[in-house]
Design a protein around this ligand. Structure first.
Ligand SMILES: C[S@@+](CC[C@H](N)C(=O)[O-])C[C@H]1O[C@@H](n2cnc3c(N)ncnc32)[C@H](O)[C@@H]1O
Ligand code: SF4
Length: 405
């Protein structure tokens, strides 16, 4: 393992108690690659062979087994099956996967088990099968209910399929999230609001509203579509926030809104700088032990991953995070949470004293980006607006933390 030490880093971290540990499982296939997507997703052509689900579940189980010594005995409160399009897998394959996970990891009683599902990749019985396999939270990638915008996004489903998927999901699951995107090609503010209005009509308890971004290595990046300008996107964001607040949703993270008691505990664990084991092609993980934090990335190409996982070498990259980098990584996550975190969580989760980032905290507070209350680490409304600038202050090269502003 390479030990990368950032300038200014000193002793390794020392933890009093390890953070909660979640499990992320990546299922990397989709029917078609969407032009805006930079996730590790690979086309599986309908009509050809389906995803090699038996072999892939075998690889995931081998991957999990090779990771067990690093997380031995730790209870797991949440599992997330993400993609890609996990709902392309059959209920039988998901059942075998979850049974194998339960047999190897101590899942907490009532553990949250989320699965991402795309409209147009399922029938109602499939959802029932996922539920019977142990999935208790479904996250549906709707993106929009507008036929024009679904076409502009190159989605494989239409608006009717999106509605049918959500109908089935809310009937079968207590916890349902809908993913929506705004700032879509040629979208007006009232069209973005119409999507939110329609999502609210289904009475789901969680919504994720993402601003469409042009990611490098995507078709949209090479051939940008006509996107609304910054003012229009800001107006959409404000209108969505106001509408969801009126509907009783708590805007608890940059893109996440939930009715009280229905936050996504898996994502909250990421944002509170918890640990997570990531298995599956391209999955990322972060696991703490008493004196170090280790990050791992799995082989990205599904075929390569299949071979390597079975051979007992699923990780393509493994590195210990230097004490000097932990401050930035912690702030990058926790400042996404609207209510922030208690200041004491810094030492608990990084094993480094808060004083290690005292200078940067002072600068951020003086610039009005961070709440002056010393008992919390929380962005101000200005800090949330300029979140990238705020987080960059904690980068250890010091380049961003020069006084005065
Ligand atoms: C892991 S992705 C994929 C989930 C699922 N395969 C789907 O497409 O519905 C989770 C969510 O990220 C969001 N997303 C993906 N690419 C994005 C982009 N370029 N800009 C903003 N949001 C994006 C979408 O809302 C998507 O549902
Ligand atoms: S379906 Fe989802 S994961 Fe697959 S390519 Fe489209 S956005 Fe990416």
């Amino acid at each position: 393992m390479t030990r990368i030490l950032a300038p200014g880093s000193t002793a390794p971290p020392a933890f009093r108690a390890l953070p909660p540990l979640s499990l992320y499982v990546h299922l990397p296939w989709c029917i078609r690659k969407c032009p805006y997507c930079d996730f590790n997703s690979h086309e599986w052509r309908r009509g050809g062979d389906g995803p090699p689900e038996d072999a892939y579940v075998d690889a995931l189980v081998a991957d999990l087994e090779s990771a067990l010594p690093s997380v031995w005995g730790r209870k797991v409160p949440t599992v997330f099956l993400g993609g890609g399009t996990p709902s392309l897998f059959s209920p039988e394959a998901i059942d075998r996967l979850l049974a194998a996970i339960r047999a190897r990891l101590p899942l907490a009683a009532g553990a949250e088990v989320t699965m991402e599902a795309n409209p147009g990749t399922f029938e109602r019985e499939r959802f029932e099968g996922f539920r019977d396999a142990g999935v208790n939270r479904l996250s549906i990638g709707v993106q929009s209910f507008s036929p024009r915008h679904l076409a502009a996004l190159g989605r494989v489903h239409d608006a009717a399929e999106a509605r049918a998927a959500v109908d089935a999901a809310v009937e079968l699951f207590d916890e349902v999230n809908l993913d929506l995107m705004y700032g879509l090609p040629d979208q007006a503010v009232d069209e973005a609001l119409a999507d939110v209005e329609e999502a609210l009509a289904f009475r789901t308890k969680h919504l994720s509203c993402y601003q469409l971004t042009l990611e490098p290595n995507t078709l949209f990046h090479r051939h940008p579509p006509p996107l609304p300008d910054e003012d229009e996107v800001d107006a959409m964001q404000s209108a969505i926030e106001a509408r969801l607040e009126r509907a009783g949703f708590d805007h608890y993270e940059v893109s996440a809104y939930a009715r009280p008691g229905h936050r996504c505990m898996h994502n909250v664990n990421y944002w509170r700088f918890g640990d997570y084991l990531g298995i599956g092609a391209g999955a990322h993980g972060k696991v703490s032990s008493p004196d170090r934090v280790v990050r791992e990335v799995r082989w990205k190409q599904p075929i390569r991953y299949l071979e390597q996982a079975i051979a007992g070498t699923p990780a393509m990259e493994r590195r210990e995070v230097a004490a000097g980098e932990l401050g930035f990584e912690f702030m990058l996550n926790v400042l996404r949470l609207t209510e922030g975190v208690p200041a004491t969580l810094f030492a608990e989760r990084t094993g480094v004293p808060l004083a290690a980032i005292g200078r940067e905290l002072g600068i951020a507070t003086r610039r009005g980006l961070l709440d002056p209350d010393p008992s919390v680490l929380r962005a101000t409304p200005l800090g949330r607006r300029f979140l990238n600038d705020l987080v960059a202050l904690f980068l250890r090269d010091g380049a961003h933390a020069k006084e005065p502003a």
